[in-house]
Ligand binder design. Sequence first.
Ligand code: CTP
Ligand code: MG
Length: 227
Amino acid sequence: MNRVVALIVAAGKGERAGGDVPKQFRMLAGRPLVAHAFDRLAAHPGVDAVLVVGEEEPLRDALGDRPLLGIAPGGATRRLSVRAGLEAIEALGGADIVLIHDAARPFTPTAVIDRLLAPLETSPGAVPTLPVADTLAKHGAALGEVVDRDALVRVQTPQAFRFDDIMTSHRAWRAEQEPTDDAQMARAAGFDVALVAGDPMLEKITRAEDFAAAEARLGARSFRTGM
Ligand code: CTP
Ligand code: MG
C-alpha cells in the first residue's frame, strides 16, 4: 500500500493579489481559497492525509474542523515552505508519495490526481501541463523574437513525487535562483518527471482579477457536471 500525503503550501504573502489578507484566506464561492484546495485533494480516494504549510491561527480559522495531518510554519520562499512541509511529513510518519500543491489553485479535478498517480508506479515524479496557445515573444532588447511555443508547456500543481526522491532533491538543491516549482528541483537532482495533461480549472490565482475568473470557471464547471 502506498501512503499518499498531500502538502498544500499556503505561507505566501499574496503581494500581487493585494487585499487585506493573503489571497489563500480570501473567500471564493463561500469558502476560503485554502479550504477549496484542501477539499479537492482530501476528496480523492487515493489521498490518505493532508498537511498544510502556513500560519497556524488563520489556517485553523479557514479550515475549521477539517481533518489535518498537521500544520507546519512556512519559509521565506515557496521552496522553503515546501521543504518545511516535507520535513514535517517525515516527522509525522512519512509518506510513499507526496502531492505538492499551491493553496492558490482551488479546484483540482479528481481526474488530474488520477493522471498524476498512475505514472508514479514507474516514474519518480509527474506534473500536470497545458499547451501554450498564445504566440510567445521576448521583450526588451530582443523584442519580437518569437519563441517556439510547440517546444513549451505550462506547468501546474499538484505535482506528484515519490517522497524520498523529492526530499533528496530539496536537500541537494544548490542553485542561486529560487525555483518556482518542485519538478525543477527533481530534474536538477536527476529524477525523471512525467508530463500528464493538466486542466484549466487548475489555473493559479495570482492577481486580484483572477478571483472573478475563478468564480466563473467554477460556475461553468458546476453547470456542466453538477460538481
Ligand atoms: N507560498 C508559500 N510560501 C512562500 C511563498 C509562497 O507557501 N514563502 C505559496 C503561496 O501561499 C501559494 C503558492 O506558494 O499558495 C504559490 O505562490 P504564489 O502564487 O507566488 O503566492 P504568493 O507568493 O503568496 O504571492 P505573491 O508572489 O504575489 O506575493
Ligand atoms: Mg510568490
